[in-house]
Design a protein around this ligand. Structure first.
Ligand code: NAD
Length: 505
């Protein structure tokens, strides 16, 4: 990671433009915390309009050369990047833990899932193949070509500083585009580290740029005439704004939004598996995952037994500094921790039963860290904000229903449709569930059903604005545009004058 000295003596995380760190034109910066220590450890440069201009210009200037490079050479660079990433992922994991707070093993997990997409992109030549139809009319052939768009923008959230950018840029770059990535200002260093690694792998300058900052940077990209597309991941209100603004400015946009994922437990489920899964998917990464389970829907009579098994397991969870051997780290900021913790009082006011209260925990870490422990709340009314809001923290709510139909109705009645899971041994119930739920990613006895890179990632309803998802076939379609060529090679002097619409004969 490259930083420059500034102000209070703390390092400033720079932009990365045209193959090198770039301090930026303005003096605006943001604070970057170590959430386990609760202190500011760095600043990050915030882009002004001129920095947006510099980044987009670098990407635009690099486009012609990158696009003209053979697929074989582009892929060779992607292979080198993949190998370097694999060798040095421990370094990246440490950077992620120091700014996000997730435990090291979890940081390594997100890198590995991102690396899957890099591996997918090393084989992109296969997905870029066009189609060919011979003799569609007498002496006439038709073929299609997939070409890159040009400069593409990626705007990513704090919760996966490596994996979410990697959902997009490997496919975009392998397809011949050049990229400007705007990472979250909360954990900006991973993006710069990745940019440096790509340079080491031989990527030409200007093909992958990082623009740090806030709304100014995002708005600059959304309205810049040379930016062809925007891939956004973040909360639903910002996703909607990005989708509408980008579309209004003529861009192709995919904007992935928030979530509130339900896990159904049917009476015939393996309750030990369900209890382990609820804990792993509810409290992993302190619940700061868009595919986290936040609501357990227990189809009676399983609720009491399930609560008992979850509670007994929760006692063993160790919360603390992600660099130590803990299960769960801190939340990302003090404000976010306080907001998440405030839902415990909301639950009590709304008549729910707080079974485990995350405000009362022992921590293996600094007292100033942004701590809030795993929390379990039973009998949550579906009118409570605990049920309706995306909390994005380690709070598992349990809702009791008397029938499978009620459970399906509940999954379909909220605004989000990102992920959901069913725990059952009844194949017919599982089949009906996957057929009827209005959700993009479904797990059957799998709590976090994040699709592998060869498939596409994305939700339904307010969890995705746009009609293409991340990576897999959708990713290839999003980052390319198609041409169809109709050609013939007639013998000399075979033309004739005919103003009628061409017919195939
Ligand atoms: P966020 O919406 O606050 O920020 C996302 C990005 O938008 C950041 O880069 C941020 O700098 C930028 N941004 C923030 N405010 C903006 C504004 N007013 N105008 C323009 N840009 C703005 O999200 P977050 O807190 O970083 O991440 C958590 C959210 O992301 C959760 O809602 C989570 O569900 C969602 N998420 C969704 C997915 C998915 O695949 N659907 C994946 C990961 C995270």
């Amino acid at each position: 990671m490259t930083t420059t000295d500034h102000g209070e003596g703390l390092p400033v995380v720079p932009h990365w433009i045209n193959g090198a760190p770039w301090a930026g034109a303005g003096g605006r910066t943001g604070d970057v915390y170590d959430p386990a220590l609760g202190t500011v450890t760095k600043h990050v440069a915030f882009a002004e309009d001129t920095d947006v201009e510099t980044a987009v210009l670098a990407a635009r200037n690099a486009f012609a050369g990158w696009r003209a490079l053979s697929l074989a050479r582009r892929q060779a660079i992607m292979f080198r990047f993949r190998d370097l990433l694999d060798e040095r992922k421990d370094e990246l994991a440490e950077i992620i833990t120091a700014e996000h707070g997730k435990v090291l093993s979890d940081a390594l997990g997100e890198i590995t899932r991102g690396q899957e997409v890099v591996e997918f992109a090393t084989g992109l030549a296969h997905h870029l193949k066009g189609e060919f139809s011979e003799q569609v009319s007498t002496g006439v052939d038709v073929h299609s070509i997939r070409q890159p768009l040009g400069v593409v923008a990626v705007v990513s959230p704090f919760n996966f500083p490596a994996m979410v950018p990697m959902w997009f840029f490997p496919v975009a770059i392998a397809a011949g585009n050049t990229v400007v990535l705007k990472p979250s200002e909360k954990d900006p260093s991973a993006a710069v580290w990745i940019a440096g690694l790509f340079k080491e792998a031989g990527l030409p300058d200007g093909v992958f740029n990082v623009l740090q900052g806030d709304k100014v940077a995002v708005d600059g990209l959304l309205t810049h005439p040379d930016v062809c597309s925007v891939s956004f991941v973040g909360s639903t209100p910002i996703a909607r704004y990005v989708y509408e603004t980008g579309a209004r400015h003529g861009k192709r946009v995919q904007a992935l939004g928030g979530a509130k994922n339900h896990m159904l437990v049917l009476p015939d489920a393996d309750l030990d598996l369900a209890a382990d899964s609820a804990i792993n998917a509810g409290f992993g990464s302190a619940g700061e995952r868009c595919m986290a389970i936040s609501v357990i829907v227990a189809v009676e009579p399983v609720a009491d037994e399930l609560i008992a098994r979850i509670t007994s397991r929760m006692a063993a969870l160790r919360v603390g500094d992600g660099r130590r051997s803990c299960d769960m780290g801190p939340l990302v900021t003090r404000e976010h921790r306080d907001r998440v913790a405030s839902y415990v009082d909301v639950a009590i006011e709304d008549g729910a039963e707080v079974v485990v209260d995350g405000r009362k925990i022992e921590v293996d870490g600094d007292g100033d860290g942004f701590w809030f422990g795993p929390t379990l709340i039973d009998r949550v009314p579906t009118t409570s904000r605990v049920y309706t809001d995306e909390i994005f923290g380690p709070i598992l709510s349990l809702v009791r229903v008397s029938a499978f139909d009620d459970a399906i109705r509940l999954v379909n009645s909220g605004p989000y449709g990102n992920g959901t899971a069913i725990f059952t041994n009844d194949g017919r119930a599982a089949r009906r569930f996957q057929n009827e739920v209005a959700v993009g990613m479904i797990g059957v006895n799998v709590p976090i059903p994040v699709p592998v890179a060869t498939f596409s990632f994305g939700g339904w309803r307010q969890s995705l604005f746009g009609d293409t998802r991340a990576h897999g076939a959708d990713g290839v379609r999003f980052f390319t545009q198609q041409k169809v060529v109709t050609s013939r090679w007639p013998e000399p002097h075979q033309g004739e004058l005919n103003l009628g619409f061409p017919r195939n004969e």
